[in-house]
Write a protein that binds this ligand. Structure first.
Ligand SMILES: [Zn+2]
Length: 111
């Protein structure tokens, strides 16, 4: 999930040649969800790779965010987010993803 063409990092707003996919809901958090350990290996990988759970970030931002939730992350080195950044600390999106992922682990379709 790496893009080679120049684009704006959605957090810091810098034009970068390389972005990497960040888990919006961190993988470590997904793995602790009830029932995750009982899924088959295939379904665990599928759940960890849920397409809607990725945001492209430039490497410094990705390193800075690590396993934090978006609304707990204060931007690169705590410097906040670029104005007009398409992705901001979005608690609503995070909550939807948390709910969807928990449902997916239980075998429910995304609503
Ligand atoms: Zn960035």
């Amino acid at each position: 999930m790496n893009e080679k063409s120049p684009q704006n990092c959605p957090a810091c707003g810098k034009m970068v040649n390389y972005v990497s996919a960040d888990h919006i809901v961190p993988a470590s958090m997904i793995m602790k969800m009830p029932g995750f350990a009982c899924l088959s290996k295939d379904n665990q990988i599928k759940t960890l790779n849920t397409p809607g759970n990725f945001a492209p970030l430039c490497p410094p931002c990705n390193m800075s965010k690590q396993a934090k939730l978006w609304h707990k992350w204060k931007g690169y080195k705590g410097g906040g987010f670029a104005s007009g950044a398409p992705i901001k600390a979005n608690q609503e999106l995070t909550n939807q993803l948390l709910k969807g992922l928990k449902g997916q682990i239980k075998g429910l379709p995304w609503s």
